[in-house]
Design a binder for this molecule. Structure first.
Ligand code: BGC
Length: 792
């Protein structure tokens, strides 16, 4: 039995210096002892969510560890406060307001009293401790055996879920067994609005600079059936009702206390317990906001919702949860035989992506999901370029919702374009929640104009993989054309080189190089964007003339503009260095001094925390894949030898200080035959959060890197690319594995791809037919021939 004296362990000094190690279970993460040292980190890893609600993996009992080793966090996707950004030195057109995902009233709290002693992991003795988050059931279970200072022993089993089916609901089942005593127990269940967002410190990736308390209490309800508080945000003026309700046959409900001043509501329960007996209580919690429903009925809506949850009970929700996850894994499961650590890593990542992604068309997926406040809950290009492919090929309906979110933001994007001096068209924000540009540091923010092309690229991928033509006339064409217009205004034909179209003063994906001319990625993606815009023009002209006229009229698109798109696309300047025979990241990049890597010690990474941006910008040093990302997304525009030379050059100067980098290097390494490198970059990505390799998972998981892991499997080892709407595979088996398999949902068919030492098996598991390429071979599967095996 594992016996830990907590009073000793909590004296450790922070910051955390050792990482938590999980048993290598492929369908869950579990811990076998209470690890105070890594508590903050574990709260992110054990976080739960359903795309709407996110709860950090904090314990039900109040936390008594050292200051700074915990952040209570409960979030609602898309529910944010907005505050003016104050610039000591102002300039025209800078982003005016910041949005930040709010930390909501905490409804998880449960305080257990054994006669006169309170159960808390920080006092008494933990006799045994087990906590696990199960990817098949979606339940976080903790079983603790504990001895009080006076020698009373109990077992507490708590189970928690955030329902994938009932998107406003979470539930806790709390079971207490007396192991060696009889006594009167008391349980105090709380809804506590004394919460705070993480304050901003020196790390630009963390915290909000909130000046006023964002949540103002409007009213509350404290009745035997429900405890609820209604708050209103100060600037964004959203209403929120946070509520809890309880169901138990074992506990006797007693008084309720609390007030608006205290900002906490308490519901008391008592019970007589005898040795060996188990008492159970279920607590249900909900969040409803005026982002989804009219403000004036939120309290009543919560009451009805929670009443139904209480009647149905925890088991009902648990069954629904397991069924939802079963369907998800049927479509999304990736299997790796021969490496349990990676297997666990990839499933953990997929599970967290599912927990994080908004799927109502009004919300999106934040860089840290719903697991923490890093990057203030903002949505970035991470969605379209890194995360969307995973959903596109496993749950395409979610991919569409993510794109609908962008379509909804078109009005904001139009307004932003005007602020940036563009007379027409739309410019999407670099980072946002509600649609406004929130990037306060424009060189690494608003200057990333490639966001427009990234969104267009994702739309194209979506249409090609699903054949969902309905979306073309209901959003896609309008969005793609409006965003395409920006390139013509932004770029120009220089008088010294009138034959080329150049785009100046932008920042590409690599945030260690800013405000440059002709960033290769941006230019190449803009070219692809313009070509796609033109292909939608042709498609609608031919097949849907009425829609074509309607949309064109709606946005005032002129024929001359379309002609100009074609010319700009054909003339787009793409920098290439003849001497080095590589593509240049931008016009000036290769003429800069190379960063002195040999004198940069490990403790100086990430560079952004140790060097002024200008120092970084004037060197050849990359934070993340930039040109290499263009080689992945626009794969057929580079020859294999070019890809090799580019990889070799840019690998030497890339720090991977961004978590978005290693996965792209893994994929390109696989393509050019650098199999060992492909594998080690993949290892860095696959367990990035589980092993906390970037040392900041405590502020939230990294959703783009998580999805990057999936891309490493499909695009990297599987060699999958979609070229002109057709699927191509070129699989390779890492020598460390016996086999691996993954699934691709393509045009309503599901294809299972299994690669082992003998060869590759393609199996049509769902749908009528599928057409694809294996290397140079063209393949077709249908109900008569469902499966084909191709020898190595
Ligand atoms: C990266 C960006 C990314 C952001 C959010 C930054 O570190 O450089 O490319 O969008 O993190 O994940």
């Amino acid at each position: 039995m594992n016996v830990i004296s907590i009073t000793e362990t909590i004296t450790v000094s922070l910051p955390v210096d050792s990482h938590h190690t999980f048993a290598l279970d492929s369908w869950k993460i579990s811990e076998g002892s209470y690890d105070v040292k890594n508590n903050y980190l574990l709260e992110s890893l054990f976080a739960q969510g359903n795309g709407t609600i996110g709860l950090r993996g904090t314990h039900e009992e109040s936390y008594c560890g050292p200051a700074g080793s915990s952040q209570e966090g409960n979030y609602l996707n898309g529910f944010y406060e907005s505050e003016p950004i104050t610039y000591p030195e102002n300039a025209f057109g800078l982003a005016r307001n910041n949005h930040f995902m709010l930390n909501l009233p905490n409804g998880k709290g449960l305080e257990l009293w054994l006669a006169d002693e309170v159960f808390n992991l920080a006092n008494g003795r933990i006799l045994s401790y087990q906590r696990e988050l199960d990817f098949k059931t979606g339940i976080l279970t903790r079983i603790v055996r504990w001895e009080s200072p006076k020698g009373r022993q109990i077992e507490v089993q708590s189970e928690r879920l955030v329902s994938f089916v009932e998107r406003h609901l979470y539930a806790i089942r709390y079971r207490v067994t007396a192991l060696n005593f009889n006594a009167t127990l008391r349980l105090v269940s709380t809804l506590d609005a004394n919460v705070q967002n993480l304050a901003a410190g020196d790390d630009p990736r963390v915290g909000s600079k909130i000046s006023t308390p964002p949540l103002k209490i409007q009213r509350y309800q404290n009745t035997p059936t429900m405890q609820a508080m209604e708050h209103k945000t100060t600037h964004s003026e959203f209403h929120l009702v946070s509520a809890i309700a309880h169901a138990s046959e074992d506990w006797t409900a007693e008084e309720t206390t609390g007030s608006a001043e205290q900002q906490v509501l308490e519901r008391y329960f008592s019970a007589q317990i005898e040795q060996g007996r188990c008492l159970s209580l279920c607590k249900f919690g909900s969040y409803f906001s005026s982002r989804d429903y009219p403000a004036n009925g939120l309290m009543e809506r919560s009451a009805e919702y929670l009443e139904q949850a209480c009647q149905r009970g925890f088991d009902y929700l648990a069954t629904q949860q397991a069924a939802y996850l079963d369907a998800f894994w049927q479509k999304a499961n990736v299997e790796i035989a021969g490496d349990p650590a990676l297997q666990q890593g990839i499933r953990f990542n997929q599970f967290h992506l599912l927990q994080s992604v908004g799927r109502d068309g009004q919300t999106n997926i934040a860089a840290k999901g719903l697991s923490g406040e890093g990057y203030e809950g903002h949505y970035f290009w991470d969605t379209e370029i890194y995360i969307l492919p995973f959903f596109l090929y496993s749950k395409p309906e979610i991919a569409r919702k993510l794109l609908e979110y962008r379509y909804r933001g078109l009005a904001h994007a139009r307004q932003r374009a005007r602020e940036m001096g563009h007379q027409q068209g739309a410019l999407y924000p670099w980072r946002t929640i509600g649609g406004e540009e929130c990037s306060a540091y424009f060189p690494a923010g608003s200057a990333q104009y490639h966001i427009n092309a990234d969104i267009a690229y994702a739309v194209k991928q979506y249409l090609e993989a699903t054949g969902d033509n309905d979306f073309i006339v209901n959003g896609a064409a309008e969005m793609v054309w409006e965003t395409a217009r920006i390139w013509l205004d932004l770029g120009h034909y220089p008088t010294s080189r009138p034959e080329v179209f150049c785009i100046n003063e932008v920042t590409g994906p690599d945030e260690y190089t800013a405000l440059v001319n002709n960033n290769y990625y941006t230019n190449a993606m803009a070219k692809a964007h313009l070509e796609f815009a033109l292909s939608l023009v042709e498609q609608l002209q031919q097949k849907s003339a009425a829609d074509y006229s309607r949309i064109k009229k709606h946005i005032g698109l002129q024929d001359e503009e379309i002609i100009a798109w074609r010319k700009a696309a054909q003339s787009m300047y793409l920098p290439y260095d003849e001497a080095l025979k590589i593509h240049a990241q931008d016009d000036s990049f290769l003429s800069k001094k190379i960063w002195n890597f040999s004198d940069t010690t490990d403790d100086k990474y990430p560079l952004l925390l140790h060097f002024h941006p200008l120092v970084i910008y004037r060197h050849q040093v990359c934070k993340q894949a930039d040109l290499l990302l263009a080689m992945l997304l626009l794969t057929d525009q580079f020859t294999l030898p070019e890809k090799r030379r580019n990889f070799e050059y840019y690998e030497k100067i890339t720090t991977h200080d961004s978590s978005l980098s290693s996965c792209i290097f893994s994929i390109i390494a696989a393509e050019i035959g650098e199999h060992e490198k492909a594998y080690s970059y993949f290892m860095e990505t696959a367990r990035l959060d589980l092993d906390d390799t970037h040392n900041n998972t405590k502020h939230g998981i990294h959703t783009a890197a998580m999805a990057g892991t999936w891309m490493c499997i499909a695009y990297g080892f599987g060699g999958m690319r979609m070229i002109n709407g057709e699927l191509h595979f070129s699989p390779n088996l890492p020598q460390q594995w016996q086999h691996y398999q993954f699934q691709i949902n393509f045009k309503r068919a599901t294809l299972n791809i299994r690669i082992d030492k003998e060869g590759t098996e393609y199996r049509l598991v769902d749908g009528d037919e599928i057409h694809f390429h294996h290397g140079e071979q063209s393949m077709h599967l249908n109900p008569e021939q469902r499966c084909v095996f191709i020898l190595k």
